[in-house]
Design a protein around this ligand. Structure first.
Ligand code: HAM
Length: 427
């Protein structure tokens, strides 16, 4: 028998339990940061992504022509859809707009550890606010989700960088700026010599001075180090940008999240639309792919919806995140055992099903044999199910047994709901 397509997953119940835990935690934490949920179409016009996401994503699209001759693509990310949606209502939405989304994305990548062709993304974005506090709030929401899932500063770090600082630096070196950033984005994902070759091609020769600067910049892992590095390239823009860096880091410190943050200018992000602070979250061990990434993209809504709307956002991917949560034993498993196992025989079917319905209405998980088998077989299945309580027919009524303590309670059909609450059946 054939398996699923390469890079597509079969999710078994234990996988769905973990996914649900991640999604519920995300929505709960984003709710506490006052975000509202939105969603968009899975299938979009092709040019939404070929124009706006940049060449790397354009090469990874699942694209085809629909029966009406339209060129379409499965969404590889949410951001262009979000920019279109927010742009369309920009005049009426109260700002800042804080929206979040959970949805499957599709990219035709080479499947490998942490990278698939279909994966879930958890997106959070703030639109309509140009200042650094929106960036800080957004990173705060992202890191709070990851902390709520059990990941602390010893496990993960947010590597913070800045396309504006990169722009200011590249102003001093004649080059194809976009090609330089694409090359820097490859750094660490390929042999260092290959990145250097890309950089040489993007620079006007000689490239030696830039390569030396890049080596020094890579070693900067604090704001103080960045300030020292940029002393060679003074300008009023640089000074005010470094002041914004200090304000952003203070904001994150005040949110209690400073320990997660590392300065790392080798992060530039593969997507084309970023304009300011950018970041990715990695496991501290330094192994593995990013589990989240994002940044500021102030021009995208203007390009897509002709409405200027400054914005910043992030997306967490579920593939790397699930691997880490499993490896670190941070998910105990979903609740699958029934609360109540119901024994019944043919003569008592109506009463048994009425009891099951009452317990289910009260919110309990109820199971029973679908075979109407011998009592000892039912008992074995009840045992294996891990149920906390069992209910047996007993004379004119029913006997409720706590399978953990052995305690029993006699009840009539009509009194069952109150007994069920009293014994903590809903817990
Ligand atoms: P991205 O860095 O392309 O950003 O993706 C965000 C996260 O999605 C990655 O860190 C990774 O965990 C996950 N991811 C990406 N590609 C794959 C894949 N092939 N398999 C498994 N997981 C993957 C964005 O998508 C931006 N739209 C984020 C954003 C939102 N920027 C502003 N707002």
């Amino acid at each position: 028998m054939r398996g699923s397509l390469p890079g597509f997953r079969d999710l078994y119940p234990e996988d769905c339990a973990l996914r649900r835990h991640i999604v519920e935690t995300f929505l709960d934490v984003l709710g506490r940061f006052s975000f509202e949920e939105y969603d968009g179409p899975l299938l979009e016009p092709l040019e939404l992504f070929t124009d706006k996401s940049g060449p790397e994503i354009a090469e990874q699209l699942f694209q085809f022509e629909d029966r009406g001759g339209r060129k379409v693509a499965l969404r590889p990310e949410m951001t262009p859809t979000l920019a279109r949606m927010a742009g369309a209502r920009a005049q009426t939405l109260r700002r800042p707009i804080r929206w979040c989304a959970v949805g499957e994305q599709f990219r035709y990548e080479r499947p490998q550890k942490g990278r698939l062709r279909s994966f879930l993304q958890l997106n959070g974005d703030i639109l309509g606010e140009p200042g650094f506090r929106a960036d800080g709030e957004l990173m705060g929401a992202l890191l709070s989700v990851l902390s709520a899932l059990g990941l602390g500063p010893a496990d993960i770090s947010l590597r913070l960088s800045d396309r504006k600082l990169w722009g200011l630096l590249l102003g001093h070196f004649p080059c194809d700026g976009a090609a330089v950033l694409r090359a820097i984005d490859r750094y660490g994902k390929e042999p260092a010599a290959a990145t250097e070759e890309r950089l040489r091609k993007a620079m006007e020769p000689p490239a030696g001075q830039f390569l030396a600067a890049w080596e020094q910049l890579r070693a900067c892992n604090s704001l103080a180090a960045l300030e020292a590095f940029f002393q060679k390239f003074p300008s009023p823009e640089l000074e005010s940008r470094l002041a914004e860096w200090a304000d952003l880091l203070q904001f994150l410190t005040d949110l209690g999240l400073a320990e997660f943050v590392t300065v790392d200018l080798s992060i530039v992000r593969g997507l084309a639309y970023y304009t300011g602070f950018v970041f990715e979250v990695f496991e501290r061990s330094g192994e593995g792919r990013a589990l989240a990434g994002g940044g500021r993209y102030d021009d995208l809504t203007e390009k897509l919806a002709a409405v200027p709307l400054p914005a910043c956002g992030f997306a967490i991917g579920d593939v790397v995140l699930s691997n880490i949560l499993r490896e670190k034993n941070l998910f105990a498993g979903g609740r699958s055992a029934p609360d109540l196992w119901l024994f019944w025989d043919r003569d008592r079917q109506s009463a048994a099903l009425a009891l099951a319905a009452a317990a289910r209405r009260a919110g309990s998980r109820v199971a029973y044999d679908l075979r109407n088998d011998l009592p000892d077989r039912q008992l074995r299945r009840a045992d294996r199910s891990g149920a906390r309580f069992a209910l047996f027919p007993d004379g004119g009524g029913w006997l409720l047994k706590n399978l953990l303590t052995g305690e029993t309670f006699f009840t009539l059909l009509e009194n069952f709901p109150s007994l069920w609450t009293r014994v903590g059946g809903l817990a």
